[in-house]
Design a protein around this ligand. Structure first.
Ligand code: 3PG
Length: 402
């Protein structure tokens, strides 16, 4: 690997900036964390830093979205899972944060507040410009080492992801090390046809990535589900009513262009499940009413998609095909995952929701690679260099040339 790992450094008594991705699903009614997988994943690296002074930093949600919260609950949850005391400061770069960092003793862990509280962390920079941000110029002098373990946000060029690593010695944490190793292995053996089963709610990000996947020969068939499936059905004129999503006209127009450019690649649902008076009802897409909310795929769509999965050399599935947390809408997610798990193909499952679903249905052992990363993994598969990984490679080159 051309990045450094924790094994390349003497970690004892060092003050470490540890960038993790604890961006968790948040229940919009209670504002509680509703899935802790990403917090659990950070433990291996935090334990590897047991003799260091560790400062844990993450973002949660996007400014203005419902899942944008402070990190106090994450800190509590981490303390519970890890069984070690976590100090928490409601600050990122201010005097209180800096004081807490300076006062840390070896073996102690401090968690900062949501990094996106700092305006700068909501913008993308080149590494040298990221290094000039107030966040990096104020905090970097307090650290000996930067450990990047935030694979799900590796496609962002925010100061915490490319700035500290530009001015400090930097290496990958355990998650990033494992992901990069495994994905590099997979990319060398992955065979066509490549079948992508794509759902998820970050539609704009996904639209960009789909094009790159197709162009780089990584998507021979794209089977659409979830919100992005609805966007394509709207672009095809098969859903008549507006979806009520952000920048709808723009994303529908982009989907329309993609269908025009690659008419044989995309498949959209033929039937879906909706909620009528609290019960699951399956309807043909052309019979959808204007107020009907789609919660799952119907059986004809599952059969149709399964044929592609059965003939695939590589299957990548990202974003849940249905609202599987509710038993009556779990059919589509469960059926497709079962088919993916039992196929002869190289299989990659991406995103926190599908990772939980695999666990729930006891299918995890049968998958080649499981990652809680969503958008970052999609972009990685396109063959693009992710900014965070690139910055780790630069740091490794600097370190080795010393
Ligand atoms: C994710 O969940 O995909 C990452 O945490 C990145 O979040 P973002 O799309 O808000 O940058």
């Amino acid at each position: 690997m051309n990045i450094l790992t924790l094994d390349d450094f003497d970690l004892k008594d060092k003050t470490v900036f540890l960038r993790v991705d604890m961006n968790c699903p948040i229940d919009p009614d209670t504002m509680e964390i509703s899935g802790t997988k990403r917090i659990e994943e950070t433990i291996e690296t935090i334990n590897a830093l047991k003799n260091s002074k560790t400062v844990v930093a993450s973002h949660q949600g996007r400014v203005g979205n419902k899942d944008y919260t402070g990190m106090d609950k994450h800190a509590e949850m981490l303390e519970e899972i890890l069984g070690r005391k976590i100090k928490y400061v409601e600050d990122v770069i201010g005097e209180s944060a800096r004081k807490e960092i300076k006062n840390l003793k070896s073996g102690e862990i401090l968690m900062l507040d949501n990094l996106r509280l700092c305006a700068e962390e909501n913008y993308e920079f080149t590494p040298s410009d990221a290094a000039k941000t107030i966040m990096v110029t104020r905090l970097a002098p307090l650290f000996d080492l930067c450990v990047l373990d935030s694979f799900p946000s590796a496609h962002r060029a925010h100061p915490s992801l490319v700035g500290f690593s530009h001015v400090l010695p930097a290496c990958a944490g355990k998650i990033v090390e494992r992901e990069v190793r495994k994905l590099n292995e997979i990319m060398t053996v992955a065979k066509a046809p490549h079948v992508i089963v794509l759902g998820g709610s970050k539609v704009s990000d996904r639209l960009e990535a789909i094009k790159a996947l197709i162009k780089n020969g990584r998507a021979d068939h794209v089977l659409l589900t979830g919100l992005i499936g609805n966007v394509f059905m709207r672009a095809q004129g098969r859903i008549k009513a507006p979806l009520g999503i952000k920048r709808e006209e723009d994303v529908v127009a982009k989907a329309h262009t993609l269908i025009g450019e690659y008419p044989d690649i995309f498949s959209t649902p033929v039937d879906v499940a909706i909620d009528r008076d609290g019960s699951r009802v399956e309807v043909d897409v052309r019979d959808l009413g204007k107020d009907d909310q789609i919660y799952d795929l119907g059986p004809k769509t599952v059969e149709y998609y399964n044929k592609f999965i059965a003939g695939a050399g590589t299957v990548f599935i990202s974003g849940p095909p249905g609202f599987f947390e509710k038993e009556e809408f779990s059919y589509g997610t469960r059926s497709l995952l079962e088919r993916v798990a039992n196929s002869m193909a190289t299989t990659i499952v991406s995103g926190g929701h599908l990772t939980s679903a695999l666990k729930k249905y006891g299918l995890a052992q049968k998958i080649t690679h499981i990652s809680t990363a969503g958008g970052a993994l999609v972009l990685y598969l396109t063959g693009q260099k992710l900014p965070m990984i690139q910055s780790l490679e630069e740091a490794a080159k600097r370190h080795r040339s010393k």
